[in-house]
Write a protein that binds this ligand. Structure first.
Ligand code: PMP
Length: 419
């Protein structure tokens, strides 16, 4: 975009003269501008377009729903797309998760989870409000979601507004027990809840930890009656190799946050599922315990229809086979770069592959990530490294040739940019 624009972009340093491509359409793993240039969307447009852009069934569902019912106040009214979706979500998640609360983004699904947890304890008459979090976590950019995430340059000005939390050290390899012991000790203080990104911390740098650690964390919380909140906003919908990351650890959370791939990435929607006792604690004849949370677009019918189409795709198409094939291809490409002198910590979980660039200046304010991002953009690839961590998280429909092109551009960047 060369003309001055009033748009203020997220996570974008304006004023540096960086070009901002004007995208016109998208299909599958590719986005296109009006001039015919195209880019491979190797991060699924911020981890959302699981089946690729413009999946025909999701597009059709949106078109059909928009001709019937566009929007409806969801307090005291309901509609078929939301009812179908909620029933199906309850069916495909573990039995103890019985209730579905709708919202619009990953951040709001986390806000809802935190409010459910605090509401539960307040309504059962217990003085428990402290939240435990895992070091390096990211749960969104609203004030509550930032409060339970890592403190850093990106939230420095807002820190006076962020509430205090108990931080459990990340379970680095060889130091897992240390983290588990810290969680157990913190749980003895009777906090309200522990919130965690299962198996992989996303925006914190694609940090992976093993399933047995997640299972142990869950068991510790259960032992101490601490509510266990799984934030599967990024990990949900097959990203980590299984539909939900918790499945790999046999973990059943008390509260589950889902968004991003919920609609196949076409329109915004989020849900927070919870166990029956949390819902039941919000019942009272005098209405004093009802759950005070809503937003205008809660359970928008068009978004729910898109989500129902996503679930139909999971039912009818070989989604798991696509995920397995993509995971294998990612592993093969990563293996070819793992021994590169500029590469450290090559890691993969399901369809997510990541590596760290060995460089002198790797902090969040270093120029490395913006330079790499521009390098890929100029070569027809949409990648957006986190600090010095390059990660590839493409749609499940990405072809072998497209994936090879992505990894080829990473290989070249390691030689050229970091020289
Ligand atoms: N939780 C996790 C684990 C996330 O990765 C994200 C987004 N990257 C969020 C919450 C926030 O989601 P949103 O950007 O839709 O608000």
């Amino acid at each position: 975009m060369t003309t001055p624009s009033p748009v203020w972009h997220p996570f974008t340093q304006h004023g540096l003269g960086e070009p901002i491509p004007l995208i016109d359409r998208a299909e599958g793993a590719r986005i296109y501008d009006a001039l015919g240039n195209s880019w491979i969307d190797a991060i699924s447009s911020w981890w959302v377009t699981t089946h690729g852009h413009a999946h025909p069934r999701i597009m059709a569902a949106i078109r059909e729903q928009s001709e019937k019912l566009d929007q409806l106040i969801f307090a005291g009214w309901t509609h078929e797309p939301a009812e179908t979706l909620a029933a199906e979500l309850v069916r495909i998640t573990p039995d103890p998760l019985t209730r579905v609360f709708f919202s619009d983004s990953g951040s709001t699904s986390v806000e809802v989870a935190l409010k459910m947890a605090l509401g539960y304890w307040a309504n059962v008459g217990a003085d428990r409000s402290r939240i435990l979090v895992l070091e390096h976590s990211y749960h969104g950019d609203t004030i509550g979601a930032m409060s339970v995430g890592e403190r850093g340059v990106f939230n420095r000005p807002y820190q006076p507004l962020l509430f205090d939390v108990g931080t459990i050290p990340f379970p680095h390899e060889g130091r897992e027990q240390e983290a588990l012991d810290a969680l157990e000790a913190a749980c003895r203080e009777k906090p309200a809840a522990f919130i965690v990104e299962p198996l992989i911390l996303g925006a914190g740098g694609m940090l992976v930890y093993p399933a047995w650690v997640l299972a142990e964390m869950r068991a510790i919380c259960a032992r101490h009656d601490v509510l266990f909140i799984a934030d599967e906003v990024m990990t949900g919908w097959g990203r980590t190799g299984t539909r939900f990351a918790c499945d790999q650890a046999g973990v059943i959370p008390d509260i589950l946050c889902l968004s991003k791939g919920l609609t196949g990435g076409a329109v915004p929607l989020a849900v927070t599922l919870c166990i029956e006792p949390i819902f039941a604690a919000h019942l009272s004849e005098d209405r004093a315990r009802l759950f005070y949370h809503s937003s205008s677009y809660t359970a928008n019918p068009i978004a729910c229809a898109a989500a129902n189409a996503n679930l139909a795709i999971w039912r009818d198409e070989p989604v798991q086979a696509r995920i397995d094939a993509l995971a294998d291809a990612q592993a093969a490409h990563l293996a070819m770069l793992a021994a590169h002198p500029r590469v450290a910590n090559a890691r993969r979980l399901g369809t997510i592959a990541a590596l760290d660039v060995v460089a002198t200046d790797t902090g969040y304010l270093s120029n490395l990530a913006p330079r790499l991002t521009a390098f890929y953009r100029d070569r027809g690839v949409l990648l957006r490294p986190l600090g010095n961590s390059i990660y590839v998280m493409p749609p499940y429909c990405t072809t072998a040739d497209e994936l090879a092109e992505v990894w080829q551009s990473i290989a070249v960047s390691l030689d050229e940019i970091t020289r």
